[in-house]
Design a protein around this ligand. Structure first.
Ligand code: OMP
Length: 215
């Protein structure tokens, strides 16, 4: 685990973005932890989050032409990451987001920002079963663009429909990499090192035995 990943986990716990307890997921699974990226809700938190996404993108080496932030949660993520790519890495990357409802007046259409063309890097918060990300692929397809990759904050490393992880299925189905700031393995490593959250760690390991993938 790199320093920025460890700092990211600490920061997420501090901001209550990462919580431990009992949570029902969109997939119906009951999870002992939950990541609520909406709680990165101040200017400083958002700026820091953008720097972490930008770092994950740079470390991945994935090339792309435009950053797409799917409505609603992806919109501030795309904006803050585009700023961080410029400020921290000297890269001026175009970004675009969609409206959930198409506008029938003014400029029309349901895309706002740069043209959605070329290789698209999708930015999102979490992938569990992969349902949300599949919807985004339609938008890219309709625009005639191509997916270049997905960057998320947390890879929960859970099974999808079969034995592969939901993320591996997305990678296979769309032929693109999914990059994350941190994964469940990083969280487990962090909690093991910390040593004072044994109960939480045990619950997460148990959950991983049931829904997690190997590796
Ligand atoms: P999938 O569509 O199953 O991949 O789930 C992704 C969505 O689940 C996210 O966009 C969130 O709405 C939600 N989610 C979280 O935000 N954090 C979590 O830790 C887990 C989930 C979830 O419900 O699986």
């Amino acid at each position: 685990m790199q320093d920025y990943q460890r700092e990211f986990i600490e920061f997420a716990i501090e901001q209550n973005v990462l919580r431990f307890g009992e949570f029902t997921l969109k997939s119906g699974r009951t999870s002992p932890y939950f990541f609520n990226a909406g709680l990165f809700n101040t200017g400083t938190a958002l700026a820091k989050l953008g720097r972490c996404y930008a770092q994950a993108i740079k470390n991945s080496g994935v090339e792309f032409d435009v950053l797409l932030g799917p409505a609603y949660k992806g919109i501030p993520l795309a904006a803050t990451t585009a700023v961080a790519l410029s400020d921290q890495h000297g890269e001026d990357v175009p970004y675009v987001f969609n409206r959930k409802e198409a506008k029938d007046h003014g400029e029309g259409g349901n895309l706002v920002g740069a043209p959605l063309e070329g290789g698209v890097m999708i930015i999102d918060d979490v992938i569990t079963a992969g349902t949300a990300i599949r919807e985004v692929m339609e938008i890219i397809d309709q625009a005639g663009a191509k997916p270049a990759g997905v960057v998320i904050a947390l890879n929960r490393q859970e099974k999808g429909k079969g034995e592969l992880s939901a993320i591996q299925e997305v990678e296979r189905d769309y032929g693109m990499p999914v990059v994350s700031i941190v994964s469940l393995s990083d969280l487990i490593e962090y909690l093991s090192e910390k040593g004072d959250m044994e109960a939480e760690l045990a619950a997460i390991r148990k959950y991983r035995d049931e829904y997690g993938i190997e590796g």
